[in-house]
Design a protein around this ligand. Structure first.
Ligand code: UD1
Ligand code: CA
Length: 470
């Protein structure tokens, strides 16, 4: 059966109060309209046409030239929108799936089960419906005493009886293409909104003596996104779906309310994700890791058995059995190999750090190449910026030991197995096996305190406290 799809996406999205089309708003890291396109592709509806309006450029950028577009100059309603696709539909034999561009919850299952219903029943169309707790604003599905669908009536056109109906139109349909075209040709706009309603095609087909089926699915699967609140609701529901998928694959998610994982993220089994984590982009996390609490990983690779606590990792890769955090910032283009420890207040940017290297506290490593088994003393800084344009780090070879509070200037090479004395500012290369000291020699002045009568002692406890109180 030939199946094509028409997606209505010309709306202004006024209620979203955004500069952008509402169908390009992000849900779980993916634009709404892309969720729709992907569900269609999963259901093997490759031939898709999008009805677009003034903000079509944004939509084209997301969906590319794989799909077709039709510009709807004036927005005269959903029926009018689908009419614009007539040239695309004419001459086709099979089914047309019609979807709104603002419903990211649509799944391939919903599309497939509706197509199956078409195939098995003698239907001109199948409407996807759901039971809404609050049906306000939705078109109602009117059925006769035998339960057959008779028509769809819009909220604003409904009478008192019809308003009580809880079964609502999702604005998602499957039509026999030829019959859809025939019904579209007969739409009028005599209704409360003076619009061409796509919903009226259902009454028209039934008037022709044809049958229309209703595929009732869960309300969540049909939710549309019109405003910021609905956008949050949709993101929450889709996020939970994603989390449940990971749990089914053996990932332990500690809290489905505060953990946000984008579609496309891969996580190995027996990994534990703690509350407050956000994992986005094309991130890939290995097995047996512990991530969080409060950790943000974007577009990064994390090897097996690595632990990351309260940290941020962006566009980088971390090896196996590393210990990262708390409060570590791994900035883009960093490559951290296996068994590395980066502790509290350590920042790494555009650097490669080889196996078993440790920077446990308060260190900055930028644009540098670091060997294996290097020990960074607390407060080490790679001075990678000349204050003008150049950002050049240093090279630190295997087994180097750097004493606390040292500065290593741009382009310097610390040779294999060398030592740096604590508190040094290292401005030139240190040879392998050598010691680099770059600080003033200490001098002690004997009895300096007593000869100047400067002993502090216990009376200062009280004095200092009084000073802080004022
Ligand atoms: C529509 C249905 C209603 C259903 C509801 C489900 C009609 C008349 N009503 O109402 O029965 O319960 O969806 O959410 O169809 N669009 C265009 N061009 C237009 C008008 C709309 O492309 O001229 C697009 C919009 O961008 C949107 C979709 O069609 O993506 C639906 O339009 P919208 O105005 O949101 O319809 P509802 O009032 O929600
Ligand atoms: Ca809508």
């Amino acid at each position: 059966m030939e199946i094509c799809a028409v997606v209505m996406a010309a709306g202004e999205g006024t209620r979203m109060k955004s500069k952008h089309s509402k169908v390009v708003q992000m849900v779980a890291g993916k634009p709404i309209v892309k969720w729709v396109a992907d569900a269609l592709a999963d259901a093997n509806c490759e031939e898709q046409v999008y009805i677009v309006g003034d903000k079509q450029d944004e939509i084209r950028k997301i969906l590319g030239e794989e799909v077709a577009y039709v510009f709807q100059e004036q927005r005269l309603g959903t029926g009018h929108a689908v009419m614009q696709a007539a040239p695309f539909l004419e001459g086709r034999n099979g089914y047309t799936v019609v979807l709104p561009g603002d419903s990211p919850m649509i799944t391939a299952d919903t599309i497939n089960s509706s197509v199956k219903m078409m195939e098995e029943g003698d239907y001109a169309a199948v409407v996807i419906t759901s039971i809404a707790e609050d049906a306000t604003g939705y078109g109602r599905i009117v059925r006769d005493s035998e339960g057959n669908v008779v028509k769809i009536v819009e909220h604003r056109d409904a009478n008192e009886e019809e308003l009580k109906i809880k079964e609502v139109n999702s604005s998602m349909y499957v039509f026999k293409t030829a019959l859809l075209l025939s019904a579209l040709g007969r739409l009028g706009s005599q209704n409360a909104q003076k619009e061409y309603y796509l919903t009226d095609t259902i009454g028209i087909l039934i008037g022709d003596g044809l049958n229309v089926g209703a595929n009732i699915v869960s309300f969540d699967d049909t939710r549309g996104v019109n405003d910021r609140y609905q956008l949050m609701q949709a993101a929450r529901i889709i996020n939970k779906r994603i989390l449940h998928k990971h749990m089914a694959n053996g990932v332990q998610i500690m809290d489905e309310d505060t953990i946000w994982i984008n579609e496309g993220v891969k996580i190995g089994r027996d990994t534990l994700i703690l509350p407050g984590c956000t994992i986005t982009g094309e991130s890939q996390i290995g097995e047996d890791c512990i991530i969080g609490e409060n950790t943000r990983i974007d577009n990064s690779f994390i090897g097996n058995s690595t632990e990351i606590d309260n940290s941020i990792v962006t566009d980088s890769s971390i090896g196996e059995e590393c210990r990262i955090g708390p409060f570590t910032h791994i900035r883009p283009l960093s490559i951290i190999r296996d068994h590395v420890t980066l502790g509290a207040y350590v920042e790494v940017k555009s650097s490669t750090i080889d196996e078993y290297t440790r920077a446990r506290h308060l260190t900055y490593i930028g644009d540098s190449t670091i060997g294996k088994n290097v020990n960074f003393g607390c407060g080490t800084v790679t001075c990678n910026y000349d204050g003008q344009e150049e950002k050049i780090g240093c090279v630190i070879e295997d087994n180097v030991f750097i004493g606390g509070n040292s500065n290593i200037l741009s382009s310097v090479v610390l040779g294999k197995d060398s030592y740096i004395a604590a508190g040094s500012t290292i401005t030139s290369d240190v040879p392998p096996l050598g010691l680099g000291i770059g600080r003033a020699r200490q001098t002690n002045k004997e009895d300096w305190v007593s000869t100047r009568n400067r002993i502090r002692g216990a009376k200062y406890i009280e004095l200092d406290r009084m000073r802080y109180e004022v």
